[in-house]
Design a protein around this ligand. Structure first.
Ligand SMILES: [Zn+2]
Ligand SMILES: [Zn+2]
Ligand SMILES: [Zn+2]
Length: 86
């Protein structure tokens, strides 16, 4: 489905979410627009439409390349490195 080399390297089974919302937003009293879950470690962060974009910050800080939407009914994954839906 894609050329992304990061998906085959993801841990199996998929990590459980560490939190139910973005902990960095909670800490500063901000509100996530939507949530994303890191598929390497289970970190939950807010999306790029949110004021602080903590999921992208998480990738920049850790190099964890692939996240999944953490929204009800959404299954898509995104690779930050390849800039692809994977
Ligand atoms: Zn990739
Ligand atoms: Zn956040
Ligand atoms: Zn992570």
């Amino acid at each position: 489905m894609s050329e992304c080399p990061h998906v085959p390297a993801l841990p199996r089974p998929e990590p459980e979410p560490q939190t139910v919302t973005c902990p960095e937003c909670l800490a500063v009293g901000s509100h996530p627009v939507q949530l994303r879950k890191c598929l390497v470690c289970g970190h939950v962060g807010c999306c790029d439409s949110s004021p602080h974009q903590h999921s992208t910050r998480h990738f920049e800080g850790t190099g964890h390349a692939v996240m999944r939407s953490f929204e009800e009914g959404e299954e898509w994954r995104w690779c930050y490195v390849d800039q692809l839906i994977v």
